[in-house]
Structure formats: C-alpha cells, structure tokens
Design a protein around this ligand. Structure first.
Ligand SMILES: Cc1ncc(COP(=O)(O)O)c(C=O)c1O
Length: 416
C-alpha cells in the first residue's frame, strides 16, 4: 500500500516516525494463512517462530505453569529490582557458565526476553550512527532495534562457497568497521540460527575468535551471542566457550539469554543480558550502564515470570523436570528436522547444514516468487532475499513431506 505524502511540518509525528511500517510482515503472512484455513482450505503454516504440537496447539511445559502458579501473589505483584533480582541474575549466569571461571567474571541485567537483551547490547556498546555487524541472513528485528535507536546494521556474507561460515568475510568486514567506527559489536546467533537453522561448529568458532582477536588490537570489540534457540540444537550449546574464553578482556563477551523458547514461555518476556569481563571495575561500569538503561526503558521486568524462572533454574528437582519436558519438545522438533532433511535431499533442495532448531531456509533465486507459488499451494513460508524461511517449529511432522514438495515447486517456479 502506498502512503500518501505528508507535510512534515504539520505532522505531530517526528519525521523519522512518519513512514514506519506498522505491521510485521511475518505476522501479516500468518494472519493470511489463518484466514484461509478458517475458510476451510487445507493450509500448512510455516511462518511463525513458536513451537507447536503436531495437533496445532502451542507446545508448553507444564512445570513452567506450575512454577508460575506457585509464586506467592504478594511477591509476584511487587516490583522487581531495576536490573532484575540478584537470585535470577545469578541463576542465569549459572545456567550459562555453571561454576566455571566465566561465571565469576560475569554481570547480568534482566530484560524483557532476548529482544530486550539485544536492545541493551545495541544501545550500550554502539554509539548513535554506528553499525552492528552480523551475518547476511539475520533476524529482522536486529534492524528494527538498530533503526529505532539510531544505529545501523552491516552484514558479512554468511556462507562461503563451501557452505560454511564465511569467516574471511567476517574478518574483512570487522577490520573495516573497527578502522571506521573505532569500535564494533558483532552479533552472532548460534546455535540454531534464525532464519537459516545453522549452528557454528568448533572450527568455525575458532575462526570467529581469530577475526575478533585481530580486530580487538585496533579498537574495542564486543561479541554478542544471541542464545535464543540454544536449547534446541543438536550438540553442546556452549561449544563456543572454548574458542571465546581466551579472548576475554580483549573482547567483551555478551550473551542475550532468553526463557521464551527454552521454557516455551514466550509471553512472560523473561530474558537477560550477561556480560563477561575479567576486570571488576569494567564489570561494575557495565552493570551500572545496563541498570540505567533498564530504568530509562522499561523500568523493571515481569516479576512473576522472573521468580518462577529463577526456581526452575536453581531448584534441582524442578530443573530436572524442565529438562525432561524440554527434551520431549526437542524430540518433536527433531522428528521434523529429520523428515525435512530426508525430503530435501530426495528433491535436491539447497539448504544450509541443519541439525536442529526452529527454522531452516531453502535457497532460491527469488524468495518472493517461491513463497508466492507456495501460497498458491496452501503452504506459507517467509520470503527472504535469495531464500525462503521455513518454520518447522510450527509444522506438524505429517505435513513436512507436503511442505518439502511445495518448496521444490516454489523453487522451480522461481527459476531455481
Ligand atoms: C534470533 C532471535 N533472537 C532473539 C529472539 C528474542 O526472542 P524473545 O524476545 O521472545 O526472547 C528471537 C525471537 O524470535 C529470535 O528469533
């Protein structure tokens, strides 16, 4: 829809806000899929990033509902501390680093989901006008947050000709950025990258570490690991620590932690930004900056959710139950991943290495055309430049063969 020209001098909205797109394109596609399904069509909706049971209901973890219900009302109703309650922050740090050396060198602040953590990373470690650096395929809200806060996004080619992370591309882009900006924030979403499903292996993390180490000799470099889907990968979600830990101090490490997917509790908005640095004075300054940012943005976070997730992280019996219930959800997803990989191989679809996670992408010459052709077949995916994103998290296993057939047809219609 074209927007009529507005006389900016007469608008109450400031010029930057005049032409903001109000609807998220993924939610718009999801709404269309919903409308057609309601009208009686057989629809496969692989657009939204929430894990659904095979019968179409949202997958939840009963232990989470119980932990929420067990919070005394007068505690849940009270304000949380500005930067988050210390037991919650400690539990998140331990969830990541256990009792290891990184835990002792970390501070954290509570945020509304991983999104809030990314917001804190972008506003605290980049100046207005600076650009963050991420992979050429990335989660759209990185750009929304950057734009909203007067920052930008720059990318490096995610995959080299061998289908692996283009670490040379990262090193080149990062070297240019530290020279130009005098600082850099590298944002990497692994394991289970959204939208590609890709998880970096140890050799790729070592190559990332080499690029970061080199750039950090020129200017301050921060690495932010977006950990949103980490509990749904095939291997150790913390396999990157070995490569990154030796850089600590030269490189600031951030982790954007989220309970949204890990506890199938998207609506409670529980997350944290964890920052690791060996210097206690630097840590204190970072903690103060994050606290200030909390106060100036959302004041404090959902206390009820924070208290419940704290118990789930630190009570051994509850934690074990949560792990078991999550393992069932991962099993559900893994069946779909296996069905996708088998079908994609049979039909010759091109896609990144995919071992687990909510999404995968199929490469195509024209993502828009491929997705359009697929919609004609009643299958909804999200178009990207040069690819389409498939949310297997929302696709029942029985529908995966139909989805893969439609993908092959969409890619054919798009010219390959
Ligand atoms: C790549 C990525 N990072 C972070 C998030 C943050 O999620 P939330 O704010 O719900 O924790 C999401 C959610 O979809 C995501 O896809």
């Amino acid at each position: 829809m074209s927007t009529p020209a507005v006389d900016t001098s007469k608008s109450h909205l400031i010029p930057d806000c005049l032409a903001r797109p109000g609807d998220d394109p993924i939610f718009a596609l999801n709404a269309e899929a919903g409308r057609r399904a309601k009208a009686g069509e057989s629809i496969v909706n692989a657009t939204l990033g929430a894990l659904m049971e095979d019968d179409g209901r949202l997958a939840t973890m009963p232990v989470v509902a119980e932990a929420l219900a067990a919070v005394p009302p007068e505690r849940g109703a009270a304000y949380a501390q500005i930067a988050g309650d210390p037991p919650f922050l400690l539990a998140v740090v331990r969830d990541l680093f256990g009792d290891g050396p990184l835990a002792a060198q970390s501070v954290a602040a509570a945020t509304p989901g991983g999104t809030g953590a990314l917001y804190h990373a972008i506003v605290s470690f980049l100046k207005p006008g600076d650009a963050l650096l991420t992979t050429s395929y990335f989660w759209g809200p990185y750009k929304t947050i950057a734009q909203h806060t007067g920052r930008k996004v720059e990318t490096f080619p995610m995959f080299g000709a061998d289908g692996r992370l283009d670490a040379g591309g990262l090193a080149k882009a990062l070297a240019a950025q530290v020279r130009r900006q005098g600082r850099a924030l590298v944002l990497l979403n692994s394991p289970c990258h959204n939208p590609t499903g890709y998880s970096l292996d140890e050799a790729e993390w070592q190559a990332v570490a080499a690029a970061l180490r080199e750039a950090a000799t020129v200017a301050p470099v921060t690495l932010c690991v977006d950990f949103a889907y980490a509990r749904f990968g095939a291997g150790d979600p913390l396999s990157w620590v070995k490569a990154i830990e030796p850089l600590l101090g030269d490189v600031l490490l951030l982790v954007a932690w989220s309970a949204s997917k890990a506890f199938a509790q998207y609506g409670a908005r529980i997350g944290a930004l964890v920052a690791s640095h060996p210097d206690p004075a630097a840590r204190e300054r970072i903690f103060s900056a994050l606290s200030f940012s909390c106060r100036g943005t959302w004041s404090n976070c959902n206390h009820l959710g924070m208290l419940a997730i704290t118990e789930l992280l630190r009570d051994p019996a509850l934690r074990a139950r949560a792990d078991r219930e999550r393992a069932r959800l991962r099993g559900l997803l893994d069946e779909r991943v296996a069905a996708f990989n088998a079908g994609a191989q049979r039909l010759g679809l091109r896609h990144p290495r995919y071992e687990g996670g909510f999404f995968v992408t199929a490469f195509t010459a024209d993502g828009e055309r491929a997705a359009e052709r697929m919609r004609e077949l009643g299958v909804f995916v999200v178009p990207l430049p040069g690819a389409v994103r498939v949310a297997l998290c929302g696709t029942p296993t029985r529908d995966v063969p139909r989805l893969v057939e439609a993908l092959a047809e969409g890619v054919r219609a798009a010219g390959g």
